[in-house]
Design a protein around this ligand. Structure first.
Ligand SMILES: *[C@@H]1O[C@H](CO)[C@@H](O)[C@H](O)[C@H]1NC(C)=O
Ligand SMILES: *[C@@H]1O[C@H](CO)[C@@H](O)[C@H](O)[C@H]1NC(C)=O
Ligand SMILES: *[C@@H]1O[C@H](CO)[C@@H](O)[C@H](O)[C@H]1NC(C)=O
Ligand SMILES: *[C@@H]1O[C@H](CO)[C@@H](O)[C@H](O)[C@H]1NC(C)=O
Length: 271
């Protein structure tokens, strides 16, 4: 059905009709049909722009304009969109559709005291967006924290986010829309590969998606001192002997660790 822009005057006429004088008026009309269709189709991949189109046909005894109240319902319960129009067609668009939008939709039309609903139409949006994992810093000493973020700003719905360390499920992120950050204590030295995995809390059947992998190096807090003598040899009784004790890499140690460092000089196993 062709739509035109110049409907303001007829709509005004409807509003006047339905005003104080309208109650006494005998309006004879029937809602012949209410049809819901979906473009480009009912099975789409996440990211597709989807339009739900509700088309109605109302017959009247006299050529008058009636206000059409359209509602789009999800699972017969949640009103996702409503519009009052004098037109016979209303669109509701998902720009773009995400897995959380999957479900059974219907369209309901109210005209004065009459109501009619379309048959249900099942929309199936498959796939999830890829979450993005960020880790800072990527090199720490054992016992230090890294900040781990797992974000999926384009996904709709409540997310369940898990952190994997070397392929093993390690932590859950708090359920925050779009993702969140947590502090993770790196308690064992070595190379760690971190990833996060995402599911929809309300639609686990949508599957899961894995983030990029980030490698983190956890260095052992090992301060092995070295000792040197001056002179290196040929010391006789009564000479001064300089003993130099050094900790290689001292300046690279985290400050709270280097501050705790203690060095003892022992001889024959006794302090
Ligand atoms: C449509 O009109 C009805 C009756 O005037 C009103 O109750 C309702 O809020 C309107 N809905 C929208 C979406 O404007
Ligand atoms: C989907 O809709 C958005 C918003 O209207 C638009 O910017 C985008 O180009 C559309 N994408 C496609 C593939 O048509
Ligand atoms: C939705 O689409 C996916 C992929 O095409 C399919 O595996 C799944 O069975 C469909 N689900 C429903 C409820 O139709
Ligand atoms: C991360 O580490 C794994 C295993 O050590 C290695 O195979 C992979 O190439 C590394 N990835 C990056 C991005 O450095």
């Amino acid at each position: 059905m062709a739509l035109c822009e110049g409907r303001a005057v007829p709509l005004l006429a409807v509003l006047l009709l339905l005003g104080p004088g309208a109650t006494g008026q005998q309006l004879s009309f029937t809602i012949d049909h209410v049809t819901l269709s979906v473009l480009p189709g009912a099975d789409v991949v996440s990211g597709t722009n989807v339009t739900l189109r509700c088309q109605v046909q109302v017959s009247h005894s006299a050529p008058q304009w009636l206000l059409h109240s359209f509602s789009f319902l999800l699972e017969q319960a949640t009103e996702v969109y409503a519009k009052n129009s004098s037109e016979s067609q209303v669109d509701y668009s998902l720009l773009p559709a995400r897995a959380a939008h999957s479900g059974a939709y219907s369209c309901r039309l109210h005209v004065l005291e009459k109501e009619r609903s379309s048959p249900e139409l099942r929309l199936n949006v498959s796939g999830l967006t890829t979450p993005v994992l960020t880790v800072t810093p990527r090199e720490v000493y054992e016992g230090q924290d890294v900040m781990v973020g797992c974000h999926a700003p384009k996904e709709e719905g409540a997310l369940s986010l898990q952190l994997d360390v070397n392929g093993e499920r390690r932590r859950s992120f708090p359920s925050t829309p779009g993702g969140t950050d947590i502090a993770l204590k790196m308690d064992a030295p070595g190379h760690m590969t971190l990833r996060c995995r995402m599911r929809l809390l309300t639609k686990p059947e949508a599957g899961e998606s894995l983030s990029n992998a980030v490698n983190v190096t956890v260095r052992e807090l090992m301060a092995t001192p070295t000792m040197t003598f001056d002179p290196a040899s040929g010391v006789v009784e009564g000479d001064f002997l300089w003993v130099r004790c050094a900790v290689p890499g001292f300046s690279e140690l985290p400050r709270q660790e280097s501050a705790r460092l203690e060095i003892y000089l022992t001889r024959g196993g006794v302090s």
